[in-house]
Design a protein around this ligand. Structure first.
Ligand code: HPA
Length: 272
């Protein structure tokens, strides 16, 4: 990733707002509603930000929204970039670099995923404790600019234990339970086979999905604390007899969106 390029994106955003975000958020499929609870918003189209990748899905929001929840200023990416769309890993993770250089010290990543752990139920939210990533290239491959982070980043705590504990306490206060487990990345765009799901269950995966891991790797490398929240929209292939449909995924994600928004909103109200 080119430092000067990211700084040009940051300079443009700073020319539109003086608000400096302390938290970045990436909103996954059907989970974009969180933007509605932001106050005093600046909405910036990806198309206007120099060097920012452009969304390919028609009708898909492509905005960086900077606003506040309580005293916490957040930058939210409404619309993310997936590897299966043909974006390079630099494009998939570009927004994370921008949010970090805007000042964000933490990142909340959300996604829709398929449940592999049989004790999960569609509609559940899961805190990501760790990831498995064998199916897509590492986003840090290539020249390393030490101004961003080290050549060989440690991944002992890719997801912040402090933020996991805070999310668990917040959910308990709101009166609901969160699952916790391991997210395994598949590149997509096809859903997994039943044999792949059996293999990944044996490897320790609790859910499977097509996003989140590249952004997590880059955020952790940049020194951010990361919280990952998955919405289980369906049971993975072979666990439920039903065939998958993207429409069903979006519908369950929309239904679970209120719970996710309540959790994130409450956490952000008391962030520091
Ligand atoms: N597999 C991969 N990605 C997903 C799934 C799934 O079953 N559901 C939602 N995103």
């Amino acid at each position: 990733m080119r430092y000067e390029q990211v700084m040009e994106s940051v300079a443009y955003i700073r020319s539109l707002t003086r608000k400096q975000p302390s938290v970045g958020i990436i909103l996954g499929s059907g989970l974009g509603g969180l933007v509605d609870v932001l106050q005093d918003k600046t909405v910036i189209s990806y198309a206007d930000i120099p060097h920012f990748p452009q969304s390919t899905v028609p009708g898909h929001a492509g905005n960086l929204v900077i606003g506040s929840i309580g005293t916490t200023i957040v930058a939210a990416m409404q619309g993310r970039f997936h590897y299966y769309e043909g974006f390079t890993m630099d494009e998939v993770t570009y927004g994370v670099y921008v949010m970090r250089l805007l000042g964000a010290g933490s990142l909340i990543v959300t996604n829709a995923c398929g449940g592999v752990n049989r004790s999960f139920t569609p509609g559940d939210l899961m805190l990501i404790s760790d990831y498995i990533s064998f199916m897509a290239p590492n986003p840090l491959i290539g020249h390393n600019d030490e101004r961003f982070g080290p050549r060989f980043p440690d991944m002992t705590e890719a997801y912040s234990r402090r933020l996991i504990a805070k999310a668990e306490d917040t959910a308990a206060a709101l009166g609901f339970r969160l699952q916790k487990g391991v997210y395994a990345l598949f590149s997509g765009p096809c859903f997994e086979t039943a044999a792949e799901i059996r293999a990944y269950a044996a490897l320790g995966a609790d859910v499977v999905g097509m996003s989140t891991v590249p952004e997590t790797i880059v955020a952790h490398y940049l020194g951010m604390e990361v919280l990952g929240i998955s919405c289980i929209t369906n049971m993975a292939t072979g666990i439920a007899e039903k065939k998958h449909s993207h429409e069903a995924v979006l519908q369950i994600a929309n239904e679970a969106s209120d719970k996710l928004c309540a959790l994130v909103q409450r956490m952000l109200e008391t962030w520091s």
